[in-house]
Ligand binder design. Structure first.
Ligand code: UDP
Length: 488
C-alpha cells in the first residue's frame, strides 16, 4: 500500500522475447504478491504465452493483469515477438523498431497513471514518457550485475593495447574486482554493427543514466563485488530481487511457464523417473539460438558418443524433414530404443526439468536466465555461448563461480554462419568432464550445490532479495505519496 491507503500501481513492460518476458512476469507476480497492483504491458501474441501463468496468480487473489500495446503502422510486417523472427537482420529490425510501440504505450500511461514503470532496456524511449508524466522509470536489463558493470568497457578494452595479454587476442577487463580475460572475437564489435543498431545501444546507455534505478534479477551473495561496484563505483541505484523465477513455487507453475510443452509432460516425466539420480544431461540453447544442420548433426553425434543419457531441446528441427535430415542416420530410433535420449522439438518446461532429481548437468548457451536456473537447481554446466551477454556469463560460470566446463567457442555473433563449428568429439569430451567422477567434477557439483542453497536463501523471508524487494516497494510508495502531495 502507498501512504494514504492508496494502492501502489505499477506497469511492467518487458521486451517481447521469452528471456525478457518470463522474468518480467515473475517480477510482476512478486510485486502483486506483496499487495501492489500490477499491469503487464505486452502484445496480443505474448499475452497468450503468459495467460495460464497469470491466471494462477489472480486465482491466488493477486491484482495482476495485462494491457495491450500494438506496433504503429511504421513497423508493419514485424511479428509481435522476437522468437518468431527468422533472420539476424530481422532480429535487429525488431529491436530498432520498438519506438513504434510508443504511441499506444503513452496512451496507456496517460489513461491509467501508474505510480512507476519497470521497462525493458530495449525501450529507452520509455524514460522520456516517464519524465513527461513525472513518474519513476526503473530499467530491467535481464542480466547480471557483473555484465552491467563491464558492458560499457568491453569495446574500449578489446581495442586497447594496454589491456592485452601476451597470448594473442586476449585482453583483461580493466577496473573490476576480478582478473577476467576475454578474446576480442568474444565481444560484440560495435565497429561492425549496423548504424541503427549501434544508435539504439547508445540510446539504451543514455536512458539507463536518466532512469530512476535498475531492477536486477540476481542476488547479492552471488556477485557481491559487482552489486557493490554497480552501485558505488558506477553510481546507479539498483535493487537485486532474484532469482525471480524461484517465486513459481510449485511444479504446476513451472509446467506452464512460457508456454505449452511440445511433448506430453507425462512422457518425459516417466522417462526421467526411470533414470538414476544426477545421471541425465539437459541440453537447451535458450529461446532464440538456431543452428545450421551440420552443427545439429555434430551435437547429435557428440551426445550419443558421450554415453550419458540426455534430454535435448531443439528449436529449429523444422530444417530438412521433421525427423530425419538434420539427424545422423537412425539416431532418434537408436537413442529412443536404448532409453538413452529424448528430443523435445519446440518448447520445454525448462525449470521443471532442471529440478528433476535425475538431471545432473546442463549444456547451455549461457543466457542469463538459464544460468540462474542452472545454479538455482544446483547443476554444473557445459558452456556454449553465442551472442549478447553470453560470453561474459560464461566467464562468470567458469572463472568466478567455478561450476562450468567450456566447450571452447570464440566467436560472438547473431549469425549462425559466423559462429565456430564445434565437433562431436569436443562436445563429447566436455560432457565427459562435466558428468564424470573426477575430483574436478565433484568440486563443480559441490560448488553448484552451495549456489543452490544461497539462491534459495536469498528469496526466502529475511533473505537479501526478499529484503531488497520490500525496500523497493517502500521507496516507490514513498515516491507516490510525495507526488500526490505535490499534485494536491
Ligand atoms: N525456456 C524454456 N523452455 C525452452 C527454452 C527456454 O522454459 O524450451 C526458458 C528458460 O527457462 C529461460 C528462458 O526461456 O527462462 C530463456 O532465457 P535465457 O536468458 O536463458 O536465454 P534467451 O532465450 O534469452 O537467449
Amino acid at each position: 500500500m502507498g501512504s494514504q491507503g492508496q494502492q501502489l500501481h505499477i506497469f511492467v513492460f518487458p521486451l517481447m522475447a521469452p528471456g525478457h518476458l518470463l522474468p518480467a512476469v515473475d517480477i510482476a507476480k512478486l510485486f502483486a504478491a506483496k499487495g501492489v497492483r500490477v499491469s503487464i504491458i505486452t502484445t496480443a501474441g505474448e499475452e497468450r504465452a503468459i495467460e495460464t501463468s497469470l491466471c494462477r496468480s489472480t486465482e491466488a487473489g493477486h491484482r495482476v493483469r495485462t494491457l495491450l500495446v500494438e506496433w504503429s503502422s511504421s513497423a508493419v510486417g514485424l511479428p509481435d515477438n522476437l522468437s518468431s523472427v527468422k533472420t539476424p537482420d530481422m532480429h535487429m529490425d525488431f529491436l530498432v523498431s520498438t519506438p513504434a510501440l510508443r504511441p499506444s504505450f503513452e496512451r496507456l500511461v496517460k489513461n491509467h497513471r501508474p505510480a512507476a514503470i519497470v521497462t525493458d532496456m530495449f525501450f529507452p524511449w520509455t524514460a522520456e514518457v516517464a519524465e513527461e508524466v513525472r513518474i519513476p522509470r526503473l530499467v530491467f536489463h535481464g542480466t547480471s550485475f557483473f555484465y552491467l558493470c563491464i558492458k560499457g568497457k568491453l569495446n574500449l578494452a578489446a581495442a586497447s593495447q594496454e589491456s592485452h595479454t601476451d597470448s594473442g587476442d586476449r585482453f583483461v577487463i580493466p577496473g573490476i574486482p576480478h582478473r577476467i580475460e576475454l578474446s576480442r572475437s568474444q565481444v560484440i564489435d560495435t565497429k561492425r554493427m549496423r548504424p541503427d543498431f549501434l544508435d539504439m545501444f547508445m540510446k539504451i546507455m543514455e536512458a539507463e543514466g536518466r532512469s530512476y534505478g535498475t531492477v536486477v534479477n540476481s542476488f547479492y551473495e552471488l556477485e557481491p563485488d559487482y552489486a557493490d561496484h554497480y552501485r558505488n563505483v558506477i553510481g546507479r541505484k539498483a535493487w537485486h530481487i532474484g532469482p525471480v523465477f524461484l517465486r513459481n513455487e510449485d511444479a504446476a507453475d513451472n509446467a506452464v511457464r512460457g508456454g505449452k510443452c511440445a511433448v506430453d509432460q507425462a512422457i518425459f516425466s516417466r522417462w526421467l523417473d526411470s533414470k538414476a539420480a544426477s545421471s541425465v544431461l539437459y541440453v537447451c540453447f535458450g529461446s532464440l539460438s538456431r543452428f545450421k544442420v551440420t552443427q545439429l548433426r555434430e551435437i547429435a553425434a557428440g551426445l550419443e558418443s558421450s554415453g550419458h543419457p540426455f534430454i535435448w531441446v531443439v528449436k529449429n528441427s523444422g530444417q530438412g524433414n521433421s525427423s530425419g535430415q538434420w539427424l545422423p542416420e537412425g539416431f532418434e530410433e537408436r537413442v529412443a530404443d536404448s532409453g538413452m535420449g529424448m528430443i523435445i522439438r519446440g518448447w520445454a518446461p525448462q525449470v521443471l526439468i532442471l529440478n528433476h532429481v535425475a538431471i545432473g548437468g546442463f549444456l547451455t548457451h549461457c543466457g542469463w536466465n538459464s544460468s540462474l536456473e542452472s545454479f538455482s537447481a544446483g547443476l554444473p554446466v557445459v558452456t556454449w555461448p553465442m551472442f549478447a551477454d553470453q560470453f561474459c556469463n560464461e566467464r562468470m560460470l567458469v572463472d568466478m563461480l567455478k561450476v562450468g566446463v567450456e566447450i571452447g567457442v570464440k566467436t560472438c555473433s547473431l549469425v549462425e554462419e559466423e559462429r565456430d563449428a564445434v565437433k562431436a568429439e569436443e562436445i563429447a569430451s566436455a560432457i565427459g568432464r562435466l558428468m564424470g567422477d573426477s575430483p574436478e567434477a565433484e568440486e563443480r557439483r559441490r560448488r553448484a550445490r552451495e549456489l543452490k542453497a544461497a539462491a534459495r536463501g536469498a528469496v526466502e523471508e529475511g533473505g537479501s532479495s526478499y529484503k531488497d524487494l520490500a525496500r523497493l516497494i517502500q521507496e516507490l510508495s514513498g515516491q507516490q505519496s510525495t507526488a500526490s502531495h505535490v499534485r494536491t
